[in-house]
Design a protein around this ligand. Structure first.
Ligand code: NAD
Length: 286
């Protein structure tokens, strides 16, 4: 059986095209251009790359973009005041605080993220959005798992009735991925660092999602023939090479479909941020 390569590039382009069309529709119908503000505190090099990609995504889709660069030693009150200003700025429909935050304010991360208006919370980290997702109400959903679900839809991969196994239970990826798959009628198992007999469980997966943060963690013996394998991991090796959580070389021949790294889920995440910004604007117009 042929393995399908699920190219992030192809699906991200479709998601951005769809976002662009919706931006044009909102401009025509309501005279509103969706706006995204990204706050970056300090000089984390990886964050700078992500922020540049987000700006590019806005440019491509016609979303108004603001990047607010704050110094490394910014205190909590100053950051909260900036979020408050953006919460009241009519040009801005989505607010994102780039993580990780510098050390002196890292312990206040939850308070800072909760200060973002739930209607502008395009990362979907606010407890209101987390709660709405879990009870099946309209919610802004974290971009990475949301992008994975949209990719499955676009690829025509059936989810209902399938056994989906997720490795990882973070608030950013694992848990919302579980909610999204459950809401689409998959039978969902969430594995984590304390799971026993992990390979026995992953071998039962029709859809296997790896969000662990360990290079080459998922090996061929952990995957059922024909499974759909979604690799969320982004790991930088000492050699600077970027690899996922899945040992692509050995797993790809067994999988029915698989996402590569790079060129997979990472691209979907950015595209989904554009979609979330448009959706946030729609919610605010309502
Ligand atoms: P995290 O560190 O918050 O969570 C990792 C999870 O893996 C935890 O829930 C932990 O229980 C589980 N885990 C750790 N060791 C395990 C083991 N031995 N067996 C089973 N489970 C184990 O990480 P995260 O934020 O969820 O990110 C996971 C990976 O996804 C990272 O590589 C990150 O860089 C990447 N990521 C990619 C994107 C993207 O856009 N593609 C977005 C977010 C995160």
């Amino acid at each position: 059986m042929e393995t399908t390569l699920l190219s992030g590039k192809v699906f991200a382009a479709q998601l951005k095209e769809e976002a662009k069309r919706k931006v044009e529709m909102l401009q025509e119908k309501y005279g509103v251009t969706p706006g995204l503000a990204v706050i970056i505190v300090g000089e984390d090099p990886a964050s700078k790359v992500y922020v540049a990609n987000k700006e590019k995504g806005c440019h491509e889709t016609g979303i108004y973009s603001e990047v607010i660069r704050m110094p490394e030693d910014t205190d909590k009150e100053t950051l909260l005041a900036e979020i408050d200003r953006l919460n009241h700025d009519a040009k801005i429909h989505g607010i994102l605080v780039q993580l990780p935050l510098p050390k002196q304010i890292r312990s206040a991360e939850a308070e800072i993220l909760e200060a973002i208006s739930p209607l502008k919370d395009v990362d979907g980290f606010h407890p209101i959005n987390v709660g709405n997702l879990s009870i099946g109400k309209d919610a802004l959903v974290p971009c990475t798992p949301h992008g994975c679900i949209r990719m499955l839809e676009m690829a025509g991969i059936k989810v209902a009735g399938k056994h989906a196994v997720i490795i990882g239970r973070s608030n950013i990826v694992g848990k919302p991925m579980a909610q999204l798959l459950l809401s689409r009628n998959a039978t969902v198992t969430v594995c984590h660092s304390r799971t026993e007999n992990l390979a026995d469980i992953t071998r039962q997966a029709d859809i296997l999602v790896a969000a662990v943060g360990r290079p080459y963690f998922v090996t061929a013996d952990m995957v059922k023939q024909g499974a759909v394998v979604i690799d969320v991991g982004i790991n930088r090796l000492e050699s600077k090479k970027l690899v996922g959580d899945v040992d692509f070389e050995s797993v790809a021949p067994i999988a029915g479909a698989i996402t590569p790294v790079p060129g997979g889920v990472g691209l979907l995440t950015i595209a989904m941020l554009m979609q979330n910004t448009v959706f946030a604007a729609e919610l605010q117009i309502k």
